[in-house]
Design a protein around this ligand. Sequence first.
Ligand SMILES: Nc1ncnc2c1ncn2[C@@H]1O[C@H](COP(=O)(O)OP(=O)(O)O)[C@@H](O)[C@H]1O
Ligand SMILES: [Mg+2]
Length: 405
Amino acid sequence: MARPLRETAELNLYRHKSTIKILVGLIAILIVVVSVYYNNFIVHLLKERERNTVDVFARSIEFMAEQGDHANVTFINEHIIKSNTTIPVILADQMGEPTLDYLNLDIPENLSEAELYEMLRAEINNMRAENEPIQVVYRNAANQVEHVEYVFYRNSDLLRQLSYYPFIQLSTILLFGALAYLAFSYSRTAEQNRVWVGLAKETAHQLGTPLSSLMAWLEYLRADERTMQHEALPEMAKDLEKLHLITERFSNIGSVPVLELTSVPEMIHSSVSYLQKRISTKVKITVSTVGNDLRAQLNPHLFGWVIENVIKNAVDAMSGIGTIDIRIAPGNNNTVYIDIVDNGKGISKSNLKKVFEPGFTTKKRGWGLGLTLAKRIIDHYHRGRIYVKHSEPNVGTTFRIVLRS
Ligand SMILES: Nc1ncnc2c1ncn2[C@@H]1O[C@H](COP(=O)(O)OP(=O)(O)O)[C@@H](O)[C@H]1O
Ligand SMILES: [Mg+2]
């Protein structure tokens, strides 16, 4: 049988999805690391430059003190000392006590002298935590050290903002990325829903007309004396019954299905007796129930489809011979557990996460849609859960279905 769909680019892309995710993640981490690193580098450069500026400032004070009242002092004062309009500085004495020489600090005007000193002292403590102060050395005419002072300084606002910048930028991008992802995945889910529903409705609709016509023909043959005894009639009736069931399933998945409080053991027994006739007699299906009156909200047509898919997979996992145990038991919080235990070849660890993905199959003739459909029916239409409870290569697999009662 030709299966052109299997080779389409889309399915291939789907199979590489996790690789793509990892790649995108790695690139994102690389961008974060590079931008934080580069920003740190710039912050470091700027910090050095600011220290240089403060150093020139300190040297100028020394120079002015040496020159006394000389003429070029004015130039230095105007063009070097006052040119610093961004870095907050305080000149302090030998003991680290502030003098009243400071620049670029936000200090209210009407402070008393005591309050002002208090403020400057507090500011000096902050500055000390940020940067080592720079010494100013005063010498006498004989070039001996007379006394020293200290220039305390703080990073400029520019430097401060620059060090926060990558975090603000990256968190903005992250937030935007998360919102975009949510929006896209929401619209993708909505689109998938439309496809499921549309395709199912269309199929049910298209099957409907020839089916009712075939039923009418069957009635006609049953009524005609010449054919009413024909051995083909009961077989045709069975096949029509089956076609009818398929149509019913598609029409249920294409609309909001009606859930009824149904006895789970009865439902399972009827599915199993139907299936047992259609699979090898060497595969034995047993059903056991713990507790009584296990009922759950379910749609018989859709739920039967799920059981059929899971059991068919279990049969496929065996080489023609084996056992399938279906165990029904009460679960937590008003639920019913249905465990389907097989002794087939099991699922490898790396495939465990993928079995419910559309298009995932390990079979030559598989479509990889059976479990996708089962999951959709259980999650979406029954608000329950289906998952691989346990699987061990060459030992077997247990699927668990959780239904609400
Ligand atoms: N009971 C099981 N034991 C082993 N493998 C399983 C079992 N059920 C499902 N699988 C694996 O999950 C895959 C997907 O199953 P399914 O969605 O029904 O698609 P398909 O049956 O067309 O392959 C199967 O190809 C198989 O590899
Ligand atoms: Mg299958």
